[in-house]
Design a protein around this ligand. Sequence first.
Ligand code: R5P
Length: 262
Amino acid sequence: MDWGMQNRISHIIRPKTGRTVMLAVDHGYFLGPTSRLENAGATIEPLLEYADALMPARGVLRTGVDPATSTPIVLRVSGGNSIVGEDLSREGITTSVEDALRLNVAAVAMSIYVGSQYEHQTLMNLGNLVNECERYGMPVVAVTAVGKDMVRDTRYLGLCCRIAAELGARIVKTYYTDDFHKVVEGCPVPIVVAGGKQMDTEMDVFELVHGAISEGAVGVDMGRNIWQNDHPVAMIQAVRSVVHEDFTPKEAMDLYNSEKGK
Ligand code: R5P
């Protein structure tokens, strides 16, 4: 692998553990001012030191993140849809590779919508983005987005992840599911998992992260289950403990409980 590409990926996936805690804060690109991300800068600030990488779109990056940060940025570059729009899958590339380079990011991220009305468009977006990014040693993270009526099962997510890797994504972000190891086995590049909507309990989150790591994910790209928690700093520390130190869900819960009181 080219030195620049490898260097950028090493900033995201920590070489010491081979794992990563990416903090996703890109939700506003189609959800608007999501709960607890209304003032994104204020939400991000205390969490930034615990994130191996931060995933915003460029508006939040420019307005809510200190440019002196040493935390690598994975920049969301796709969009063009909204929760009140025609179809969530109708995405294009909204941020140029030139701007990503100017923002000095470690990777760019975009969504593919396999099985949706705009499947072809989003897969071509990925292929074209990879073609351009490879020229500059810029990794592309493919997000396997799931439509409202789609089942997030092993077969479907396995299909999405493999297609993303085949088209050249260097990292794939997907959802945890039963038999997750089968999704990992069918995907020749590292996989990170999203958290999804806030879960009922912290223990549910730690079990998801622990399951994903045990079955081969290299980490998480998680948002709401961290910053919608009442104790986000304790939460990200506990998630880190599972990802980087192989804590069990119970040990992570104990860490969360001791940190939330501080
Ligand atoms: C959705 O497509 C966004 O890209 C989020 O980054 C992603 O869903 C991860 O965030 P969460 O853990 O809140 O689901």
